[in-house]
Design a protein around this ligand. Structure first.
Ligand code: FPP
Length: 258
């Protein structure tokens, strides 16, 4: 009996999440949401599992979050899946992280196509294994004509390197006369970044209680709203995502004005 009462108490009516989504959709939705998906390792450790079990669980959360973001009308969802610094991790973990895009896309690509999602990647391709690149390239090719949510994987991405590369290309273009130094303004510089074809994030979410940017989109996050939560990424539910969006909607963005 007690168990039945417990079960009943934990059961939410099926419409609750949908109702909340409908309410949220009445207010402005962030066009671009960026997420630092942190805490997979700690999630696994708490369960005496290997770290890669946390990454595997995290992959399922990527799926749920993508679906919900698309449903809400978010235009771009950028996910920090692997940083230029993550190569320092143990070999087996790096190898597993490099297999995740294949596993994710191998499982979910048909659904992403069905949902009109467009897959993109930003980051340095050089060091990525061929099998990883092949899976991403296939997903990008198969979804290139889709015009729903852009699911942008930041893979082997580092913001300082991105900015430095942009500076070098600006200098090259100035030297070769393609660009005049006086033409260089914020919008011109943005066009040299890996995000040249997307708006800056309106909302940054970081899970797991860490309050730092870890070399993620330093230029692009200049005016974003930040949402930090203690929830570990594998535990990040649809409700948590909606909470972050509601939090965003309750903020007053002034962009330096009053
Ligand atoms: C940070 O947690 C997480 C990562 C470096 C990997 C993120 C990858 C996923 C969420 C899997 C989904 C990826 C794809 C491509 C579908 P951490 O390992 O640093 O956690 P910790 O701080 O608790 O150790």
């Amino acid at each position: 009996m007690l168990n039945r009462i417990k079960r009943w108490k934990n059961q939410k009516p099926a419409s609750t999440l949908r109702d909340r989504v409908e309410q949220i959709k009445k207010l402005p939705i962030p066009e671009h949401v960026a997420i630092i998906m942190d805490g997979n390792g700690r999630w696994a450790k708490k369960r005496a599992l290997p770290r890669i079990a946390g990454h595997h669980e995290g992959m399922k959360v990527v799926r749920k979050t993508t679906k919900l973001a698309n449903e809400l009308g978010v235009k771009t969802l950028t996910l920090y899946a692997f940083s230029t610094e993550n190569w320092k991790r143990p070999k087996n973990e790096v190898e597993y992280l490099m297999k995740l895009p294949e596993e994710f896309l191998g499982t979910f690509l048909p659904e992403l196509i069905e949902e009109n999602v467009q897959v993109k990647m930003m980051g340095y391709k050089e060091r990525l294994p061929v099998h990883t690149l092949r899976a991403i390239q296939k997903a990008m090719d198969d979804t290139k004509d889709n015009n729903g949510l852009v699911l942008n994987f930041a893979l082997n991405y580092g913001s300082r390197a991105e900015i430095l590369d942009a500076v070098k290309r600006v200098l090259n273009d100035c030297q070769s006369g393609i660009m005049e130094i006086d033409q260089l303004n914020e919008s011109a510089f943005s066009s040299y970044l890996m995000t040249s074809d997307m708006a800056d994030p309106d909302l940054l979410i970081r899970t797991s209680g860490e309050i730092r940017l870890s070399n993620f989109m330093l230029w692009q996050l200049a005016y974003s709203e930040f949402w930090f939560t203690d929830v570990l990424w594998p535990d990040f539910s649809e409700e948590h995502f909606l909470e972050a969006i509601e939090g965003f909607q309750s903020r007053q963005r002034r962009f330096g004005g009053i």
